[in-house]
Design a protein around this ligand. Structure first.
Ligand code: UDP
Length: 402
């Protein structure tokens, strides 16, 4: 059996890495399976460091990214780039993950080539096709094109069934992001000032600024806040409000300090720099590699984020998250008592953040680690499903708020 795994962005790389590793493990154990890894190139640098960390080699790179290109160009370039590869390789499965435009276009290319699509993290939904944009539409469209639906949780599986997906086409696997963080979080971090000694040469090495930022975030007696925000619906005024809320939090809580690894997108960086750039208790940095990012989650007392993956990871660390969105497609974290949906209203963010920080006191708050999204064994379940083997479904354990 030939499995082609196609992806292009950082969250897809994190979540598909354990699946690719498991496919390889099965091959080494004697299963008749070959894997082809195809990158679309949507987020090149962020993906390259993930591949080095998980020791995965790509077979093809469509290199689709052009400065300032829109969703139409991404879609068209992925379709055009994949067509000859699919014709040549004729895989038995194309595996895509989540809700990016790379994933949608890859699923469509596979459909055009009569290759069945397996969708990892199927069944996430909000109530509006527009929220988040374009991800909600992407995931709904992938559902219509897929043959095998790998839902992370029972809630996601129920969404699919409600839309008429036959139960026999759905497996509840857990989210492989939990497999990924189990594998990486405890690895030792090394500091390498020399750029050539990082990345492929040593995937555990970080630049001195990253090491220093992590120490600063977790300094005893302080209350560290880890902030990430880059989603399209928060560009502009919502991000300005988030940054202003950070200023209020810092004024009201002298122990608070904020690490904001900024997405390379200039729309994010420009706003963050303009509002927070001069603050002594704010560090605006480049995106962190996955290992230092997980260490930052561990050292933070509170996480503020609009990221999907971060909502799934935070419960495993027992860290509270303020979700900077009006609606989440991951209600399990809210139900588990770990995530608080606060949107981008300044007062709501400030009030809830200060409550949580004060509860945390001088120590980092640690909720009991809960795992509503996975048990670290999603990748073996996903590969079993691809190989047509029976799958014991993932059953979430009740969280602290349950
Ligand atoms: N992440 C990272 N470095 C950072 C910020 C995030 O490695 O500086 C990881 C994070 O742990 C999570 C993933 O990137 O696994 C989330 O990616 P992103 O927020 O880009 O996408 P989303 O999850 O919102 O689709």
């Amino acid at each position: 059996m030939k499995v082609m795994v196609v992806f292009g962005t950082r969250p897809e790389a994190v979540k598909l890495a354990p699946v690719i590793q498991e496919l390889e493990r099965r091959r080494v154990q004697g299963a008749a399976v070959t894997t082809r890894v195809v990158l679309t190139g949507q987020h090149r640098e962020l993906v390259a460091s993930m591949l080095a960390l998980f020791q995965i080699e790509a077979h093809e790179d469509l290199k689709i990214m052009r400065p300032g290109q829109g969703l139409t160009q991404v879609t068209v370039r992925v379709l055009e780039g994949l067509e000859p590869i699919l014709q040549r390789e004729r895989p038995d499965w194309v595996v895509v993950q989540g809700d990016t435009t790379s994933a949608f276009a890859a699923a469509l290319a596979a459909f055009y080539a009569h290759v069945p699509v397996a969708h990892v993290e199927a069944g996430l939904r909000t109530s509006s096709l527009w929220l988040p944009y374009p991800e909600e539409a992407n995931r709904r469209l992938i559902t219509r094109l897929a043959t095998l639906h790998l839902a992370a949780t029972p809630w996601a599986a129920a969404n699919l069934q409600q839309e008429g997906v036959p139960p026999e086409a759905i497996r509840v696997t857990g989210n492989p992001v939990v497999d990924a963080l189990h594998q990486i979080r405890a690895l030792p971090l090394r500091v390498a000032p020399d750029q050539e000694k990082r990345g492929e040469a040593d995937p555990l090495a970080v630049p001195p600024w990253a090491d220093e930022a992590l120490r600063w975030l977790g300094e005893p007696g302080s209350l560290g806040i880890l902030l990430t925000s880059h989603r399209r619906e928060n560009w502009g005024e919502p991000l300005e409000r988030i940054c202003r809320a950070v200023l209020h939090i810092l004024r009201a809580e002298p122990r608070a300090r904020v690490l904001f690894p900024c997405h390379p997108n200039p729309r994010v960086r420009g706003v963050a720099q303009a509002i927070l750039g001069g603050e002594a208790r704010v560090r605006l940095t480049e995106p962190l590699g996955y290992l230092p990012f997980l260490k930052a989650m561990e050292r933070a007392s509170l996480i503020l984020s609009d990221s999907g993956g971060v909502q799934e990871e935070a419960p495993a660390f027992g860290r509270p998250v303020l979700v900077l969105r009006e609606e989440t497609e991951r209600p399990e974290a809210v139900e588990a008592g770990v995530a608080n949906l606060v949107g981008t209203d300044v007062d709501r963010i400030v009030t809830r953040a200060l409550e949580l920080l004060r509860q945390a006191g001088a120590n980092r708050q640690t909720l009991p680690p809960a795992s509503p999204f996975g048990d670290g064994r999603a990748a073996p379940r996903i590969v079993s499903a691809l190989l047509g083997e029976p799958v014991e479904p993932f059953q979430p354990s009740p969280g602290p708020g349950a």
